[in-house]
Each structure stands twice: as C-alpha cells, then as structure tokens.
Design a protein around this ligand. Structure first.
Ligand code: ADP
Ligand code: MG
Length: 710
C-alpha cells in the first residue's frame, strides 16, 4: 500500500511537461532517444497503452532478501549481495565468467555463493568487485561444497537516479522481458514513470459491466474494486501478492472477453450469410445408406441429424465434428456430401496430406461411382481433368481450399483432421461468396478450454460411440531388449496373413543420435521379415511415389509399412493389425494414440507394441498410461498434465487476441463467463455502437484475422 501511495504523489502533473495520455503515441514520452523509441516500435509497441501492456515475465520480492542458503533450495530464489571477486577463464574459443557474491550480513566471514556464465565475454565489462547485485535463479550444490548459480538473472543496483531505490528495490519488483536495447531495469523505470504520468486518467473498460467489481470476487472472499487503470498499475507494481492476483484476474477477464468477442462476431458473420438449402430426404441418400455394408451407429445418426438440421436453414453451417480415431467420421461426411449432390450442388473434402486425400478418393469412388456420382481428385501433384460439369465430389488437400479455380465453388466443404486449420483459415473461408457450409472433422481430443477458444466460432457435435464389434487394441509397452520377441510376434502375424506398420521418430540418422531411423530400419526389417515384403514411406517422398506405396499396401501386396508419423492420421487399412513403434518415448501420448488408431479397424484383434529406446529411462512409466487407457480424452488430459498446454493458446498463428495473463485451464470459469458475456453483447449490440472502445479493439483484431491467410 505504501508504495502505491508514493506513486500517486509523484504523479501530480507538473505544468512544464506536456501532458501524456494513456493513448498518446510513445513519442510523447519525455527523454526518449530516437534509438530507444525505434526499439519499442520494433517490438510492436506504438502507444503508451501498448507499453503498459508489456507485462512483467515475473516478479521478485525485493522487500526483504533471504539469508544466503547453505543447501540447494527446491525453488528459484532472489538474493542480494556484494560482488567479492570476479574471474574470467578461457578454453580456446569458450570462456567462463565466475563471480563470488557475498552476503551483506555484517557477520564475518560473510556467506558466499558462486555465479557462473559461459561464453558471455561482455559480462567482464559489466560486473565488477564491489557492486551491489541482485541475482535470481536456482543454485546447485557443488561437489567441493558451496552453492553455484549457473546463468542467473542479475541486476546491478547502481544508483542511476535519486529515486532508484524507490523503483527497483523494497517492493515486489517486476522483471519485464527486455526489448532490444532496453534492459529489464530500464523498462521498469520507463513503465514506472509512465504509469505515474497517466495516473488518474480513466482507461476505458472493455468489459461493460464487470460483475467482479459489482459483486465481489467469485469466491466471495473480498470485493474487487479495481478499475482497468488501477489494475494496469498493480499488474506491474503490486503492493501485495493479493493485489497482483486481483489485477491479474481483472485483466485476464478483459483479455478473454476481447478474444470471445472476436469469436462471437466471427460466428455471427459465418452463420449470418445465405447458403443453399440442402434437404435430408432424397432417393439417392436412401440408396446410399442401404448399400453400406454396416448400419450407422446411434452416434452417427445423431450427428447427421445435427448436420442436416444446419444444412436446411439456408444459412451456412459451421460445425466441428469431433470423434475419436476410428469412430467413423468419414461415412458421416460422405452422407452429408451426398445430400449436397442430391440437391444439385457440388461438395468438397479436404485432407491434410496427399496420402490421406488419395485414400479418401479411393473410398469415395467405391461408395459413389455405383450411384453415378462423379468423384475427382485434386492435389498439388494431381489435377486430373474431369469431363463432369454437373454436381460432383472433389477430394483435395487443405491447401487447395483457397483455389476456387481448382476446386470450384462447392456448397459444402468438409475439412478432415483439421488441427492445422485454424480460426483464421475458417474466417477466410467464410469470407467467400457465396458462403459454403463448413464441416470440420477432428480426432484430436479437445479439452474444454480449447473448444471454447480455438474452435469458439464453431458448433460442436460429438461422435462418442465406436462402431460395434471392435475388439480393444492390446497395447504393450516394452524395453528395447524385447525387440527380438516383437519381431517373432510380427512374423507370426504376417504368416497369418495380417499386415503391419512400423513407426520411427526420424527419417534418417542424423545429428540426433540414439534414435532409430526409418530408412536404416527399413533395410533391417526387409531382411528380418523376408519373404514378406516391406516398403518405406515418409514425408520426403514425392506424392506419386507415396501413392504407389499406399496403393500396394492397401491391396495387400506390401505387407509391412516402415514409416514416420506421416501415417499418423486417417489411414484406414482394416487388415493391418500390428503397429510397432520404436523409440516410443519420443512421441506424445496423444500422438501415439492417433498412431494406434491405424490398427483395430476391423473385427480382428489388433496389437500396438511400444518399444522404448535405450535412453528412455523413467519415460517408460508415462507410456504405460496407454496400456490402460483407450479413449482419446483421458489420454489427452494425461498428456496435457505431463507436458503442459504449451503454446496451444494465444499464439500469433491463431489470429486471435493473445492470452497473456489468463492461465488455462485454471481460469476456465473466467473463460466461460467471458464467452456468455460476449455472446450476450453481440446479440444486443452487434455493431457495438454503445461500446466504442471495444469496437476499436475488435476492428484491429479482425484486420489481423483476415490478413495473411495462406
Ligand atoms: P475416423 O473417425 O478415424 O476417420 P473412419 O471414418 O476412417 O474413422 O472409420 C473407421 C472404420 O470404421 C472404417 O473402416 C469404416 O468403414 C468403419 N465404420 C464406420 N462406421 C461404421 C459403422 N457404423 N459400423 C461398422 N463400421 C464402421
Ligand atoms: Mg478419418
């Protein structure tokens, strides 16, 4: 609290300085050299507002420094001391800079720690004995005794201005990501002084009615009286950990709301246009379903009802069909596409890879040609001429979706295995005239947080039932020594007439040692398994080479496919019942689950053998999750827990406003609140006439969203 009141005291606008406003360009800030201004512009910061949204990457509690530890602590810590000595050592082109930091306790001899940096020669010019230093990091115990910090963060506490101690010390101190020539310390000063200059100004609240302000925090512990302006101050210079958390929550709500508004508007735009009416009932559909060798599952029927309801409205459908590997998404797509044909329109199915496009092409030809429906394959490598001019089925790769001269203007577009096909691509698709109906299909299990963000512009249907009669895949995790046994088992299955996939993490042995490579192993397996024929399939082969190999495998001539993750999605050969993965620890659990989906596609027992590499260590334990779990959702959750959400959210690629302060999945309740608030707002005030600040922000993001789609 004390620091905050001091801040506002220094902030009384002094008459001689031109007033800086929260929305002024950065050039309005006093004492910025052109080079320093350029650096900020270079990082995309244009206004004062952009600058104060450059959040700290962490805070250090510099109110009271701990005593120097004598044993390695479990968490990183922040120490203050005096540089006792420095030393540079060189080994050829490599160098090491070592520094001894002594505690300022008054006790003698003073406790010390070592700090080391490698190959950073310039440090010898910056760090000298006698300096007052703050370091942050996690030390290790040295064998000969004492503690060492390797590459700690550091800050020299020289008094560069009279108020130095006020800004950099005796507080919960922000450490900002440096920007070009701006060190964290210089940025801290700039942001501190800028906040002081704009204090008292009202920064528009993006979220119109903030329930957390009106009704207190959701958990009811403490009312939250922050405004956006005070939250922006507290996110940098909080008076307490609680204040930081309130500020973070306030700003996280705002950023999630902004993102959800973009999605809500996008959704409105996608579903607001006009699209052809495609009725469900037709003789063609009835004939097709009757000719299928199986009955649709209840889940498939339910999902088709959703889809045909959408197709009949006269507005574009935008639906995500989510179903675990092998749940039978393709036949759902085929049925919907045939509906379009029956109504006199064309339909397109876009796959992420050429191999998959080719497979769909083969299957659709078998399904549709008896009905007299033309099926055409269009990939970058293959653009066969077609005589057909009427309604037709076009199969292609994602990349061709934005090439209407190649795929035409289908009334229905199905996007298979969409994980690389984001909000941005869909926005571009919805910008086409006339709007197509869009069905996106995915087997990637989607945690709720992702469904609400990356797919927030789509309606969701779930295929939560497997076709009947499938035996669960038997999954075995084994140590590398078991390779011989695995090979014997494989041969036995091949002798019984089955086929197999063998998967490797890399194509060729290269810099990364210790990994088995598909090319080398292909040679070994060809010998081991002779006379059963093996083929090598990987992403670097030419499209027509891949086509030939896949055709031969599908026909059962090639018995074993030695491959990389190119076979990860979609491939469907029911006679293949064994999947063997070497160096399995190199794959994510969700990815292994996808790979495992290549087998277990027929009525026979299938096997998934995961051989760990020599250096897998305790990662074998993680793989064992797959022995027990068979559904994608629980596996994805385990994966998310083990590996973290990574950069799934808020990356530049998605074209959405970044999520910088919200922590997901922890802030899922905030996200849901933001979503319903955004939808309500868009229903009442779609043009945002009553919300000018939000209108400006959304205009900005929408420009980003439509820009730069490949
Ligand atoms: P995915 O959802 O992974 O794309 P596919 O559409 O490739 O799955 O279907 C997997 C296999 O299941 C295919 O061989 C398909 O013919 C078969 N299949 C789909 N629906 C059914 C059903 N209702 N009954 C039996 N087999 C089905
Ligand atoms: Mg599929």
């Amino acid at each position: 609290m004390r620091t905050i009141s001091r801040v506002s005291k220094t902030s009384n606008p002094t008459p001689e300085v031109a007033p800086v406003r929260w929305d002024s360009p950065l050039a309005a800030l006093p004492r910025l050299t052109p080079a320093r201004l350029r650096a900020l512009h270079g990082a995309g910061l244009q206004t004062v507002h952009d600058l104060i949204r450059h959040y700290a990457r962490r805070h250090e509690d510099r109110r009271k420094f701990p005593a120097f530890p004598s044993a390695a602590p479990p968490e990183p810590l922040c120490l203050r001391g005096t540089v006792q000595s420095v030393r540079s050592t060189y080994f050829g082109r490599r160098s090491q800079f070592t520094l001894v930091l002594a505690e300022k306790s008054g006790h003698l001899p003073a406790a010390t720690v070592q700090c080391r940096w490698f190959n950073l020669r310039y440090l010898s010019k910056i760090l000298q004995a006698g300096q007052d230093l703050v370091i942050h990091g996690r030390p290790r115990a040295l064998k000969k005794g004492g503690l060492v910090f390797d590459h700690p963060d550091f800050e020299v506490l020289e008094s560069d201005a009279p108020d130095s101690a006020l800004i950099h010390l005796n507080r919960i101190t922000p450490v900002h990501p440096s920007i070009g020539i701006w060190s964290p310390r210089a940025l801290r000063r700039l942001i501190f002084e800028t906040l002081a200059q704009i204090s008292g100004q009202a920064i528009p609240q993006l979220w119109p009615a903030s329930p957390a302000t009106a009704a207190g925090r959701a958990d009811g512990t403490q009312p939250n009286h922050l405004t956006t302006a005070t939250a922006l101050r507290a996110i940098h210079f909080p008076a307490s950990e609680d204040e930081f958390e309130s500020a973070r929550t306030h700003l996280a709500r705002e950023e999630l709301f902004e993102m959800q508004c973009v999605l809500a508007r996008q959704r409105a735009r996608q579903t607001g246009g006009r699209a052809p009416v495609i009725p469900r009932q037709s003789k063609l559909l009835a004939r097709f379903l009757k000719a299928l060798p199986f009955d649709l599952t209840t889940a498939q029927k339910r999902v088709l009802t959703h889809i045909f309801d959408d197709l009949a409205t006269g507005h574009p459908m935008n639906r995500l069909l989510h179903g675990d590997v092998g749940s039978g998404k393709t036949v759902v797509a085929a049925t919907a596409m045939l509906g379009a044909i029956a109504a006199g329109h064309s339909a397109a199915l876009m796959a992420p890879t050429q191999v998959l496009a080719h497979q769909h092409y083969e299957n659709f030809r078998k399904l549709f040609e008896p009905l007299g429906v033309p099926v055409i394959l269009r990939t970058a490598a293959r653009q066969e001429k077609s005589g057909a001019s009427g309604p037709r089925i076009v199969i292609g790769t994602h990349a061709l979706l934005f090439a209407p001269e190649i795929v035409g203007r289908p009334a229905l577009v199905v996007i298979d295995e969409q994980h690389k096909f984001g909000v941005r691509q869909r926005a571009k698709l919805s910008g086409q005239e006339p709007h197509p109906h869009v069905l996106v299909m995915s087997a990637t299990p989607i945690p709720r947080t992702l469904a609400l963000t990356l797919y927030g512009d789509l309606d969701l249907s779930l295929l939560d039932e497997m076709p009947p009669g499938r035996l669960p895949i038997r999954t075995l995790v084994r140590a590398p020594e078991k390779l011989g046994e695995a090979a014997a088992f494989l041969r036995q299955k091949l002798d019984e007439g089955r086929q197999a996939y063998l998967v490797y993490p890399v194509i060729e042995e290269g810099a990364r040692t210790g990994l088995k490579a598909a090319t080398a192993e292909y040679a070994r397996w060809s010998e081991r398994l002779a006379p059963h024929s093996c083929a090598l399939l990987h992403g670097r082969l030419k499209a027509d080479e891949k086509d030939v190999i896949m055709a031969s495998f599908r026909a059962g001539e090639t018995r074993v496919l030695v491959s990389t993750t190119v076979i990860e999605v979609g491939i469907d050969v029911a006679n293949a019942t064994v999947l063997l993965v070497e160096n399995a620890e190199r794959f994510g659990l969700a990815q292994l689950h996808q790979l495992r989906g290549r087998v277990g596609r027929g009525a026979d027992q299938s096997w998934c053998i995961l051989l760990a590499g020599e250096e897998a260590g305790d990662k074998i334990e993680r793989l064992k999750i797959l022995e027990e779990a068979s559904d994608g959702f629980s596996i994805a959750e385990a994966d998310l827990e083990l590996r973290g959400p990574g950069d799934l959210l808020g990356t530049a690629q998605t074209g959405l406003p970044p999520v910088r302060l919200a922590k997901l999945p922890r802030d899922l309740p905030l996200l849901e609140e933001a979503r319903s608030a955004a939808q309500k707002l868009m229903a009442h005030d779609p043009e945002l006439t009553d919300h000018p600040a939000l209108q400006v922000r959304l205009g900005f993001w929408e420009k980003q969203l439509f820009a730069g789609v490949a």
